[in-house]
Structures are given as C-alpha cells and as structure tokens.
Design a protein around this ligand. Structure first.
Ligand code: 9MR
Ligand code: ZN
Length: 569
C-alpha cells in the first residue's frame, strides 16, 4: 500500500492518502473554487464556480507540462441568493480529452482535481446502489460482500401490533430506513420506485455486479437488492389489504450496532398514504419482475390488488400521527390524493383496465403538482408511469395533462438553475431538511423531461448541474457522497458508521445536506443565525437534520446517474 501527499485548498490543508484511507490535516481555509470533484462527461458543459478572481486556467494534474490546457475569463453572475456569494463561472466545456485536471484561479489557488471521461459516474452509481445492501435488516452482513463493514444478524424478533400487543407477527427483513433502524412503508415504496424506474428506463446502466449474495443468479443486481425490500413489504399488509404505516421501536435506539438493538418493534396502524404508496410500488414491481420470476410477479400484483381494494373501501383520508410516547419517524402527510393518483396510474399501466383510467381522470382534476418524487408528494410517479408506458394505456387527455405539467415544471427548473450562481435548481426557501433530496428529485424531473422530448439538451444540462452541485459545486465545497470526490463528507449520521470503529464511512451515501433552519442541537449550535441557506451544513455525525443518510436520498441519485451512464448517452 503506497501513500502520496497532495495539497489542494489554499496553502494549508494537506491530505495523506494511504491506499483507501485519507487523513486530512492542517488548517482548513476556505476554498474559493468549487467544481464537481468526481468529474465531467466529455461532451457535457463543464463549469466551476469561483468566488475570488476572474481569470482562470485549467491544468492537467500530475503531468509535467506546465502549459495550461485552457485559459479563460469567468462570467460574472453577481451575488447568488442562496449562498450570499458573489460568483464567477469558469466554463471549460471545450476540454473533452480524458484526463485528470484542476482549475487554477489568478490568485494561484487550485480546485480539487476532477476527471473528464465517459465513465466518470460509473463507480458512483455502483456504490450508491450497493449502499442499500448495507441497510439490510434481519440478516448478517458477511465480509465477502460487506468488506470490513460486517455485522451479525439484527432485528430478528417478531413484532407486535401497537394497538394490540397480543397480536404477534413475523416481519423480518427490509432495509433500515436511514441512520435509525426503523422501516417505514412510504419511504420504502418511493425508494424502490426510483430504482425500478431507473432500471426499467436505463437497463444498460445496470450491467455491473454489486457483489451481493444474489449476484450471478441471472437477475440484474439492482433488482436483487430491491427484492430484499419488496419481500419485507409483502409482509407489511394486513388482512384487509391495508399497509402498516411503519415498523419501528417506540423510541430511536442509542448509538449502537443494529445487532445490539433489542428493543421491541411495533407495527403501527394502517394509513391511506402508506397503502396507496404500497399499491403503486407493488404494481410497478410486478411489471418489472415479470420477465424474471412470474410467481414473484404474481405475489406482488396480488398485494397491489388487495391494497387497491382497501383504497376503494376507505375512500377518505386515513392519516398517521405518532402516539405521544413515540419519537421514531412519523412520515405524516396531510393529503393522500397524490398517493392515490400514483396508485391509479400504476394499476392502469399494469392492467389497462378502464376503472383505473376513470379514477386517474378523476384525480387528475385535483390541484396536485404531478412533478414530485419525494415521500410526501409522490405525484411525479404518476407522470413517470404514464409518460414512459410503452403500451400507451392511459388516454390522450391524461397523457397531455401529465406531459404539460412535467414540461412546465422542467422549464421552470431550467430557469432557476441558470439563475443560480451554483447552477442548482433551488431557491433559497427550498433548503429544507433533506435538501439534497429536493435537488435530486428535480434532477429526476429534468431527466424525465429530457427522456420524453426533443428539447433534450437544455433539460439534460440542467439535470447534470444538479449532480455537479451534489458532488462539490456548492458553497461549502463538500461532495455530498461519501467516498466520491477529494473533499467528500466523512461523518454521516448513521448508527453503524458511528459504532463500527472503522474510520471511513462506507462509500456511496448521499447526505441530507444543508437545512436553512437546522433542527438538531449540534447544528443549531454551530450554524449562526442568518447563515445563507446553502451554507447551513455541518459534517458532523450528530447532525441528524443536516447529515443523515436515507434510502430515498440515495435512490433518486441512482436514477439520475443511471441516465448519464447509458452507453449511448
Ligand atoms: O426525511 C424526513 C424529512 O423530510 C422530515 O422533515 C424529517 C422530520 O420529520 O424527517 C425525515 O425523516 C427521518 C425519519 O423521520 C426517520 N428516519 C430518518 C429520516 C431522515 O432524517
Ligand atoms: Zn436491523
């Protein structure tokens, strides 16, 4: 194992790399050049943001040639509202040759190095997908798949109903939702849907093995991994067809390894939101798995149908609120119409039956966004289902309705992105808890717009800008994906990562990212009032409102990168 030393930020931060491990020391001064630390595709627009100086050079890293590959003047963008920074944009799109480069400003400062190449996002997509394997609950993580991040089997005891402790159920399996050990239906449905659509639309991006227990069984590994979650979801349905809102303990566990958590887990009451998300994701999954395993596809479809039956029986909103004594995730929602819309769309695309078309038509009249892919607002999935359906099962009016919603929002996002000094499709008020999910869901919408239209380039470019932001072209100079980028964040709020005694977190985890009103004690203490939204971030393991990881923050990142990893892209 060799080591090398590199110096990147102003004069004072040194990085020593020992094989995989990197130790950073020295006084960290603020950077003033921000780039996508992972890299850029050869044909794409390539920019870096500078907050000092106007003139820049691009140089090849580790080459003896002192000659810059390019010199230029950065474009003055004025003050960026979300960061408060006065920024200049250095455009080096004309460099297309594979290699490792950095941008140097007139002050002599160098950016982090980045790569230009066709495959710059491949390992990123693989690690972000493999990350879900590390969330597997109810089984041991073995060294041959997990490397050093092993742990014995966790959470194997039966659960009981919250409302009646005498009812005992075996509900083992699934993925831990996040830095906590809970498992929740809406987040699960959404995460699986991001991944299944990514696979369905861009299958050629999923050829690589993830090295998981099922690898080599003839099924793409992304489907193998999702099946682990789906098998658990199949257990989360009650006799009437309703989906239990969540399976968690009463209180979040301390910072302990999963196998040491012996708390009783409870099945919390059915909600209409969870049941509609459940019907939708099960219907979608039944279509995707049909080609590989008809019996499994039938089980998924039966579960979807049963959940649909529940939705018909209970047409009114059935919400969920945490009981007072319970502090695990709530995932409450005040409106279930977007979830019902998504379910109608998936059932229609799966079966072609008229009754689902009627329900879809009815719900499309509601005042819904039709462009979101988060756990609260799933309406964008209805658009995704209908607009990418190769058998064109929805009627022309529904298609037009959804298509125009998608394109209107995509045009708005392109404009927001172009106005932002950092190229991100976010207004200052959009920096909520898990803002990176908003960034990535917007990236998904832009990808969908590119996928269904001729105005491809503008949408693609804006979608890529969201990845650039995530991977370091942002006002805090962090790559928000562990293990990817020279200055990737290091301290996710994730119990195993904090407790396993291993210095580096596993690679491929997307951080929740900046939150304009931090809600955890360390975040509140460290972030001064008045800090611009894009800078409300701390890389600290205690910051659950700024630096947690979740399955549904990784999954949209997989979707976006899979689009750019297509062979013909
Ligand atoms: O991602 C959720 C975010 O949108 C909410 O604002 C926040 C507070 O309700 O909860 C987040 O979800 C957390 C969940 O409740 C429990 N598991 C970890 C999730 C990420 O922080
Ligand atoms: Zn577990």
């Amino acid at each position: 194992m060799g080591y090398y030393v590199s110096m990147h930020t102003k004069i004072s931060t040194w990085y020593v790399h020992f094989g995989k491990r990197m130790i950073r020391f020295g006084l960290e001064e603020e950077m003033s050049i921000y780039c996508n630390q992972v890299g850029y595709l050869p044909e794409a627009r390539k920019t870096a943001v500078m907050t000092e100086g106007e003139h820049f050079k691009v140089i090849k890293v580790q080459s003896n040639a002192d000659e810059p590959v390019l010199e230029g003047t950065a474009r003055d963008m004025g003050v960026d509202r979300a960061s408060g920074d006065h920024v200049h944009i250095a455009d080096f799109s004309e460099i297309k040759q594979d290699g490792v480069y950095c941008v140097q400003s007139e002050t002599g400062e160098k950016s982090h190095p980045f790569r230009i190449g066709r495959d710059v996002y491949r390992a990123l997509q693989r690690d972000m997908t493999k990350a879900l394997y590390y969330q597997r609950c109810g089984c041991a993580l073995e060294a041959k798949y997990a490397g050093e991040y092993t742990h014995p089997c966790c959470h194997t005891d039966d659960a009981v109903l919250w409302t009646d402790h005498s009812v005992v159920k075996e509900v083992k399996g699934g993925w831990h939702d996040a830095g906590d050990f809970g498992r929740y239906i809406s987040p699960a449905a959404v995460a699986v849907a991001h991944l299944l659509y990514a696979y369905q639309l861009f299958p050629e991006s999923f050829g690589e093995s993830l090295n998981i227990p099922e690898s080599g069984n003839g099924v793409p590994d992304v489907l193998n991994e999702c099946r682990y979650e789906l098998e658990w979801m199949l257990k989360m349905q009650d006799e009437e067809g309703g989906a239990y809102h969540k399976l968690t303990a009463q209180r979040h566990a301390d910072f302990i390894m999963p196998e040491d958590d012996k708390d009783q887990f409870y099945l919390f009451p059915v909600s209409s939101m969870a049941t509609a998300d459940y019907a939708a994701s099960m219907a979608l999954a039944s279509r995707v798995y049909r080609a590989y395993d008809g019996t499994f596809a039938d089980r998924l479809f039966d579960a979807a149908l049963k959940a649909w039956g529940w939705l018909e029986k209970y047409p009114q909103y059935v919400g969920f609120k945490n009981p007072e004594s319970c502090n695990t995730g709530e995932y409450d929602d005040v409106c279930d119409l977007d979830e019902r819309l998504w379910a109608a769309a998936e059932m229609l695309v799966t079966t072609g039956e008229q009754k689902y078309q009627e329900r879809l038509t009815e719900l499309l009249q509601e005042d819904l966004t039709k462009t979101d892919f988060g756990w609260t607002d799933v309406s964008g999935f209805a658009a995704l289902a209908v607009l990418t359906d190769a058998s064109h099962r929805a009627d022309a009016d529904s298609v037009e309705n959804l298509r125009s919603a998608v394109l209107t929002e995509a045009d708005r996002l392109v404009a927001v992105s172009e106005k932002s000094g950092y190229g991100v499709a976010m207004e200052p008020e959009d920096y909520v808890w898990g803002s990176n999910m908003v960034v990535l869901n917007r990236g998904m919408l832009l990808v969908l717009a590119a996928f269904i239209t001729e105005k491809k380039e503008a949408y693609e470019q804006a979608a890529l800008s969201q990845l650039h932001y995530l991977l370091g072209m942002n006002a805090v100079d962090y790559s928000y994906v562990t293990g990817h980028g020279e200055h990737a964040y290091m301290h996710p709020h994730n119990r195993p990562t904090e407790c396993d005694g291993i210095e580096l977190p596993m690679a491929g985890w997307v951080s929740g990212g900046p939150f304009k009103t931090p809600a955890d004690p360390v975040g509140i203490e460290r972030i001064k009032p008045g800090t611009p939204p894009m800078k409300c971030y701390v890389d600290h393991a205690s910051c659950y409102s700024l630096n947690e990881i979740t399955i549904y923050w990784n999954s949209p990142a997989v979707f976006v990168t899979a689009y750019f990893n297509r062979k013909q892209a």
